[in-house]
Each structure stands twice: as structure tokens, then as C-alpha cells.
Ligand binder design. Structure first.
Ligand SMILES: *Cc1c(COP(=O)(O)O)cnc(C)c1O
Length: 402
């Protein structure tokens, strides 16, 4: 375990002033139970061995690090490398924490996984884990999202999950969270709530970070093998922040390696036009934890926008807020147009169709590379873009060959 990892968060789940667990009293015992189970299992050789087996023989880990030669030549300047989470089973990094959360649930004697999903990516990853372990799976999803994200709804059902339509309020992610929590309260004796990023009440930000850390550990060793030195810059897109925390953790004690998060700048700088929480947010509270938050005057989470629905969250993982505050990581952004451009360019130049979320990190690397000759940039390519191809081509066409 790294020096940093031992120190953060504190026993109550605080990263400095961010994080914690601000939940209704009825939920407190359940989150304490999860935290205690995780403390026990995280140091259990049996648990770690099972996780290692699953990662290797089911998920297909380690995923490779690829040198993006044609992209680097096209940009000029820094050499760009990709950590290929698009090759993780089910096509993104999310399965890393979903498999581990399901394994934790199994060790706790639970038989059911409950969660909400927005675009359906977390729901699909969790349904995959539930099928693997033979557990029940209940996914709450707003009716608006169900209509928009049809293929993921089909996937979840094929994987054996029950999709619960949420028909109140705006019928999207926030209501799905409320609905899932209510359902969890009724079933907490045999179910676990499986959060989809490094967000939510303690212990989830810590746990999901630890489960995603495999990305950074692999990437560090692979990069050293391939390049013979550490990267100068490690970058990843930030929605809730799990894929970024995963790759950052591999380099957190390497002071010479710069960690840079990339947020969705959307279509403009006004509230509602972006989801750039680290850039524009102020201290607040959402879903039971303290973080930087895009909020209105009343402290309610503001509407957010990004071309990538997986980045569309008004809060952000508390650890990112902490890393920004202590200066260990910095945060910048890419807008919808830059991300779309990177989506086309990576497809044409490297034969890799990236998720629109990941395309934000690629866009950022493309933007800074020309000014950094002789340097190296490692991008976490968090997922593949198959889920986005219909939306992109129907809305924007096929792009131009660079
Ligand atoms: C969900 C998702 C993200 C955003 O989530 P983080 O917790 O910020 O990593 C990024 N990339 C892909 C491919 C996703 O599915």
C-alpha cells in the first residue's frame, strides 16, 4: 500500500474537509457495516486472491498500455500513450469496482445488488458482476434515461437484472438515486447498495478508489517496461472521478509525475452548460458527502451538461477536491467540440473508437502535446465508444479524415 493511501482518508472518510457520511439515521448502521466489512476484507489474503483471479481470468486484465504513434506524430511534440481500459471486459473501467463490490457483498452474506444508473453504464457493469456471482440485481433508472439509452436497458435485462423505471420528478439520475436508496432501506438485511464512482457516503469513495487502483499499478509497471522511465503527465477524464483516481493512485507517490484531471466544459461557461465541477464548483453537499459542487443559490445541485452522459454529474469525488487543494493534482477541461474531434481522430489514426467520456482526456492530451516536445503523456482511455456510435453519427456524421 502506498504511503499516501495509508493516510487518506481518515477513519471517518474525510479527505481534508471533503467526504464523510451525511446520511439518514436509518442508513447509518448499514454503511458502518459495509465500512467494517471492507476494513476486514481489504487486508484478507483470500479476498485479494479471489479478486486477482477474477481480474485475470474473467475481466481479461492486465489491459495493455499502447503507444499512440500516429496520434503523437499528428500532434507533434509529446509522445502520447494510452492505458487501454476499453479492453476491460464490458468495455470500460467500471467493471473493476463492480466486480469487487459484488465480491464484498458475497463475503458479507448478501444476495442482492442495488444501484441507480444514468446512462446505463454502471447498471450494465453491475448486472455483469451479479450474473457472475449468481446474485439478484435491481437497477433504478429514470424513464427519460430508459428511453434514451435503449441498448443498455436491453443489456441489463439480458444479463438478468431487474430494471426499475423511475417516474417522478425529472425522471433522470437524481430521482433514480432517491428511488434506489428507498428500495435499499427496505432490503438492507440481504442487499448491498453498490455506488458507481468515487462518490457517495464513506466508505465508497475510498473503496472504489482502492478497487480502481489496479489501473494505475498496472500502468506504472507497463510504462516503465515500455519507455524505461515514468510518464511526465498522467491524465484522465473526471465525471465522478473513479477512472482518474484509479490511474492517479499508481503514481501518487511519484512526485515528478504530474496528475491532471480533465472535466467536461460542455458548450459554455454558464451554469447548466457544462459539468466542470472542479473548475466552477463551490463547497457543498450531495448524496451524503461534502465536495465541490455546481449548485444554485439554495445549495441544490445545478443542472449539468456534457456530450458524454457519463461525465454529467454536478458533484465530484471528495478525494479530487482534496488533491486539488493540496496541489498534488490539477484540473483542466475539454469541451464538447474538442471531445467529438478527438473521438473521430483516435478512431481514424489509431483504430480505437473511444467512449465520449474518454475522448475528453484524449482531446486534452492532443491540445497540450504540441508544446511539450520530448515529454510523455499517459492517458487513461477509460472505455470504448461502441455505445456512442449511433448517437455520434446520427447527430454529427462521420467527421473528416485528419
Ligand atoms: C462512467 C464513465 C466515466 C466517468 O466516471 P468516472 O467515475 O469519472 O471514471 C468515464 N469513462 C467511461 C467510459 C465511463 O463509462
Amino acid at each position: 500500500m502506498s504511503r499516501y493511501q495509508k493516510q487518506q482518508p481518515d477513519a471517518n472518510g474525510f479527505f481534508g474537509t471533503y467526504g464523510g457520511a451525511f446520511i439518514p439515521p436509518q442508513l447509518e448502521p448499514h454503511f458502518k457495516e459495509i465500512a467494517a466489512a471492507y476494513d476486514r476484507l481489504s487486508i484478507s489474503a483470500e479476498f485479494q486472491n479471489e479478486l486477482r483471479y477474477i481480474r485475470k481470468h474473467f475481466q481479461g486484465r492486465p489491459t495493455p498500455v499502447s503507444y499512440a504513434r500516429r496520434l503523437s506524430d499528428e500532434c507533434g511534440g509529446a509522445r502520447i500513450y494510452l492505458k487501454r481500459e476499453d479492453l476491460n471486459h464490458s468495455g470500460a473501467h467500471k467493471l473493476n469496482h463492480c466486480m469487487a463490490e459484488a465480491l464484498l457483498a458475497k463475503h458479507m452474506g448478501k444476495t442482492k445488488l442495488i444501484a441507480e444508473t444514468g446512462a446505463g453504464q454502471h447498471g450494465v457493469a453491475l448486472a455483469t458482476a451479479a450474473a457472475y456471482f449468481g446474485m439478484d440485481c435491481e437497477i433504478h433508472m429514470g424513464e427519460v434515461d430508459i428511453a434514451k439509452e435503449h441498448p443498455n436497458v436491453v443489456r441489463m435485462k439480458l444479463l438478468g437484472a431487474q430494471v426499475v423505471p423511475v417516474s417522478f420528478g425529472a425522471k433522470t439520475l437524481k430521482e433514480a438515486v432517491d428511488s434506489a436508496f428507498i428500495s435499499y432501506l427496505e432490503q438492507a438485511d440481504h442487499a448491498i447498495y453498490a455506488i458507481g464512482s468515487v462518490v457517495g457516503p464513506h466508505p465508497f469513495p475510498k473503496m472504489v478508489r482502492d478497487f480502481q487502483k489496479i489501473v494505475g499499478e498496472e500502468a506504472r509497471a507497463q510504462f516503465l517496461e515500455l519507455v524505461d522511465e515514468l510518464p511526465d503527465i498522467v491524465t484522465a477524464c473526471v465525471g465522478g472521478g473513479s477512472n482518474a483516481m484509479g490511474i492517479f493512485m499508481g503514481f501518487i507517490d511519484d512526485e515528478g509525475v504530474e496528475l491532471r484531471g480533465v472535466e467536461p466544459l460542455g458548450t459554455g461557461t454558464k451554469l447548466g452548460q457544462h459539468a466542470a465541477t472542479m473548475s466552477y464548483g463551490t463547497d457543498g453537499m450531495i448524496h451524503g458527502f461534502k465536495c465541490l459542487l455546481l449548485q444554485d443559490e439554495k445549495g441544490e445541485p445545478a443542472p449539468v451538461h456534457s456530450l458524454a452522459s457519463g461525465l454529467d454529474y454536478p458533484g465530484v469525488g471528495p478525494e479530487h477536491c482534496f488533491l486539488k487543494k493540496i496541489g498534488r493534482a490539477t484540473y483542466d477541461g475539454a469541451d464538447d467540440k474538442q471531445a467529438l474531434d478527438a473521438f473521430y481522430v483516435l478512431s481514424r489514426l489509431e483504430g480505437i473508437i473511444p467512449a465520449l467520456e474518454s475522448a475528453h482526456a484524449v482531446a486534452y492530451a492532443m491540445r497540450i502535446a504540441p508544446d511539450l516536445p520530448g515529454k510523455t503523456i499517459l492517458v487513461n482511455l477509460s472505455g470504448r465508444g461502441d455505445k456512442d456510435i449511433d448517437y455520434v453519427t446520427e447527430t454529427f456524421g462521420y467527421g473528416e479524415t485528419p
